[in-house]
Design a binder for this molecule. Structure first.
Ligand code: APR
Ligand code: PHB
Length: 386
């Protein structure tokens, strides 16, 4: 088999790239090691920057997003028993859209199937070859081979693509946090119209949503803890303790339909290009979820890569492909900084002691009193320009 672009991974990065290339008449194939059901069962975040929504529009997969996505013109910061609304529209002239990553993935999978574009799910032993030559190829299922011009490594943090790059060619930057996020999904009405990011003595909390009848809540918890130490009642009681009074009074509880603990990590691999292999999304970088940037960074990588590939096939020029890594990383590092800053501002760091906590509260008070500080926060949250 021969294609122009072989895409490894059918997460949002791989599927969105596949869709944009397909619409540009560039043929590609997607190889995914898991089944479609498994990929769709992953519970992930769901706050889309306007740039990501525009890209999904361009990819022709935004009709359900437009119908079911919730436009949020702001969110709340809660600390010291009070709530501070960050007016995204007023401060940065843009809103965000709440629409689950699972839904984005489902829309992209359906579009690919409808277009009859090839995707191999449950592909075993996927391997990438000769990407430092002009004739890269991929193999899977032990005997299948696909020749291609380029390989897009959209296979996430634990994928084969970055792992296939010689260590001496890679520069890795990593920060692991000593805590995780215990998240639950519940078919209960959200506690608030907009998201609430909570900084509390007992730790961080987040009130998010998937729809007007489905809520998503998170609590900062030590990484040593297990999910079964957190029966629903304990989760709801702890969440109520961390929420400001009015929100705690409004909280509707119910049985969790999903519950999991996710570690927090900041990670960047440099560069994102190795000959004819290009990394995009979680394969190249991870952000802690506090800034809601994970999916949006995958989208901006895919934007740069799709434009560069289109330019190559239209003009034969490698120029945009040669600057893909530096242009993507420039945006990635700013989002890494914002996500790290939000994490530092809102989580409990026992090792920082009382002084550390006072610094957090002083910064929150500064933000509350400064339109300039709120505008900087809003500008980063809605998404920096591509
Ligand atoms: N061969 C084929 N597919 C693979 C392999 C492999 N060796 N290893 C991993 N994959 C697949 C995974 O099963 C997964 O479906 O690659 C896909 C990578 O998808 P994601 O991890 O969702 O990464 P990405 O598409 O970059 O999306 C980034 O996901 O984790 C969130 O917060 C993150 O929102 C961000 C988004
Ligand atoms: C989510 O809805 O899962 C979510 C929202 C905002 C975040 C992180 C996760 O910052």
């Amino acid at each position: 088999m021969r294609v122009q672009v072989a895409i490894i991974g059918a997460g949002p990065a791989g599927l969105l790239l596949g869709q944009l290339l397909h619409r540009a008449g560039i043929d590609g194939v997607i190889l995914e090691s898991r089944s479609q059901e498994y990929v769709l069962a992953r519970i992930r975040a769901g706050v889309l920057e306007s740039g990501t929504v525009a890209l999904l529009e361009r990819a022709g997969v935004a009709s359900r997003l437009r119908a079911e996505g919730l436009i949020h013109a702001g969110f709340d910061l809660a600390f010291g028993g009070r709530r501070l609304r960050i007016d995204l529209e007023g401060l940065a002239g843009k809103s965000v859209t709440v629409y689950g990553q699972t839904e984005v993935t489902k829309d992209l999978m359906e579009a690919r199937a409808a277009a009859g574009a090839p995707a191999f799910y449950e592909a075993r032993d996927v391997a990438v070859h000769a990407f430092d030559s002009e004739k890269p190829w991929v193999s899977f299922n032990s005997s299948q081979k696909i020749a291609c011009d380029f390989i897009a490594g959209c296979d996430g943090f634990h994928g084969v693509c970055r792992a296939s790059v010689p260590a001496e060619k890679l520069k890795l930057f990593e920060k692991n946090y000593s805590f995780g996020w215990l998240g639950i999904l519940s078919d209960t009405p959200p506690v608030s119209e907009e998201l609430i990011y909570v900084s509390h003595e007992r730790g961080f909390a987040l009130c998010s949503q998937r729809s007007r009848t489905r809520s998503r809540y998170y609590l900062q918890c030590p990484l040593s803890e297990q999910v079964d130490e957190w029966p629903d009642e304990r989760f709801w009681a702890e969440l109520r303790r961390r929420l400001p009074g009015d929100a705690a009074a409004q909280l509707v509880t119910g049985p969790s339909i999903e519950k999991s603990i996710a570690p927090l990590r900041s990670f960047v691999a440099e560069p994102l290009r190795f000959g004819r292999l290009f990394l995009a999304g979680d394969a190249g970088h991870i952000v802690p979820p506090t800034g809601a940037k994970g999916l949006n960074l995958a989208a901006s990588d895919v934007h740069y890569l799709a434009e560069a590939l289109k330019n190559y096939y239209q003009t034969g020029s490698m120029e945009e492909l040669e600057t893909y890594s530096s242009r993507s990383l420039a945006r990635v590092w700013k989002a890494e900084r914002f996500s790290w800053w939000m994490t530092k501002l809102l989580h409990k760091f026992p090792e920082e002691g009382g002084f550390g906590r006072r610094m957090q509260l002083a910064e929150l008070e500064y933000i509350a009193g400064s339109r300039a500080a709120q505008a900087a926060l809003a500008e980063n949250y809605v998404g920096l320009p591509y």
